[in-house]
Design a binder for this molecule. Structure first.
Ligand SMILES: *Cc1c(COP(=O)(O)O)cnc(C)c1O
Length: 370
């Protein structure tokens, strides 16, 4: 909300109570912006050219991004009807939540997890049911299944979990979906799938390949691994009936021709982009290992970010990084998330983190038992 004086326009009270969206701070020239899980590599020339060629923007785009859906369907061996494209996977999340829930209905997700989830439920008028993460900052799928009631309309599973990092294991995911009633939508949010190296991690496309779980929809995005965050394009794969429901709630024509062209060009350049992903994964592993060696308690890191459980010290620790030119993302009272950025940022994060951990009180959650 703005700080304008009260005016008589009536806003839904739950909307008025929402905090205004605050973006990760923009970095100054010499700072590293490690607060939004963005890809540090600038776009490939071929992708830039594809965007530059999408010049007829006096015309509306193709409403259902047919060319991209066909391409994704072929890529993942699905039919075109089993693919839905949106202006970022967050917008598809919003469509799905609106399609299945309203006042009196419940949406279950782990907490802490992606900060958009509570907001999506509020906007749909639904009720959030949050299930605390276990030790190691993992989803507690047994507790999530046990939280299902006749009012539950969707469960969101985030793997790797943003902002804490661990994956859900595929055996656990399968057992979870079997335990959930088949009329409850299970949304598997895999925004960081391409960074996963744990062989036991769930892979949504394998789950869907089995035909066993028609109530599961998998969400992926071009924003993170493929570096198109600023163009807004993501996709869902799942049963056509569920995707049709999502399409019915869509704000029409929100995926631009430029975004579609960039996604197609990125699929053309997939090998090159995945080589960049491997570089980022390598940096991530060096970062996580280095932080643990320095004395930090770091949960499994399978996205393009690491999590420091700094608890009550989170804002102070984030300020220390900030002062050193490293913009990180604090979650007050809980921890800080540091994105894996440019090559040069890794040594700098390790240097500052090593000095910060020594200032934490003994026995603090962020410290490994020494
Ligand atoms: C970044 C992210 C998304 C998707 O972002 P878009 O840019 O909207 O595609 C979805 N889920 C999680 C958990 C994310 O971190």
């Amino acid at each position: 909300m703005t700080d304008a004086p009260d005016i008589p326009v009536r806003v839904r009270p739950e909307i008025a109570a929402l905090p205004a969206y605050r973006q990760g701070r923009q970095a100054g020239a010499e700072a590293f912006k490690l607060s939004s899980n963005e890809n540090p590599y600038t776009p490939l020339p071929g992708v830039q050219e594809a965007v530059a060629a999408a010049v007829e923007f006096n015309r509306y785009p193709d409403a259902t991004a047919t060319a991209l859906r066909e391409r994704l369907a072929a890529r993942f061996d699905r039919t075109v009807d089993e693919v839905h494209v949106g202006a970022g996977s967050v917008s598809i999340l919003a469509q799905l939540v609106q399609a299945v829930s309203g006042p009196g209905d419940e949406i279950i997700y782990a907490w802490r997890s992606f900060e958009a989830y509570p907001w999506l439920a509020v906007v749909a008028g639904a009720t959030s049911v949050t299930v605390p993460l276990t030790d190691g900052a993992r989803h507690d799928l047994d507790a999530m299944a046990a939280a299902v009631t006749p009012r539950t309309r969707a469960v969101i599973v985030c793997s790797p979990n943003n902002p804490t990092g661990p994956v859900v294991r595929h055996d656990d995911f399968d057992a979870f979906v079997r335990a959930v009633p088949s009329d409850v939508l299970v949304i598997l949010d895999e925004a960081y799938a391409e960074f996963v190296t744990d062989p036991d991690a769930v892979d949504g496309l394998r789950v869907l390949g089995g035909e066993e779980f028609p109530n599961v929809v998998v969400l992926r995005t071009f924003s993170k691994a493929f570096g198109l965050a600023g163009l807004r394009v993501g996709y869902a794969i799942g049963h056509p009936r569920i995707l049709d429901a999502a399409r019915s709630t869509t704000i029409p024509l929100s995926v631009t021709a430029a975004a579609e062209a960039a996604a197609l060009a990125s699929l053309d350049a997939e090998d090159e982009l995945l080589a960049r992903v491997r570089e980022i994964v390598d940096r991530r592993d060096r970062l996580a290992d280095g932080l643990r060696e320095a004395g930090w308690e770091v949960p499994q890191a399978q996205g393009n970010f690491v999590w420091l459980p700094t608890g009550a010290e989170s804002l102070a620790v984030a300020a220390a990084f900030d002062a050193a030119g490293l913009i990180v993302r604090p979650f007050d009272g809980d921890g800080i998330r540091i994105s894996v950025g440019e090559h040069e940022s890794v040594a700098k994060v390790l240097e500052i983190a090593a000095s910060v951990v020594r200032d934490l009180p003994t026995g603090h959650s962020g410290r490994r038992i020494a």
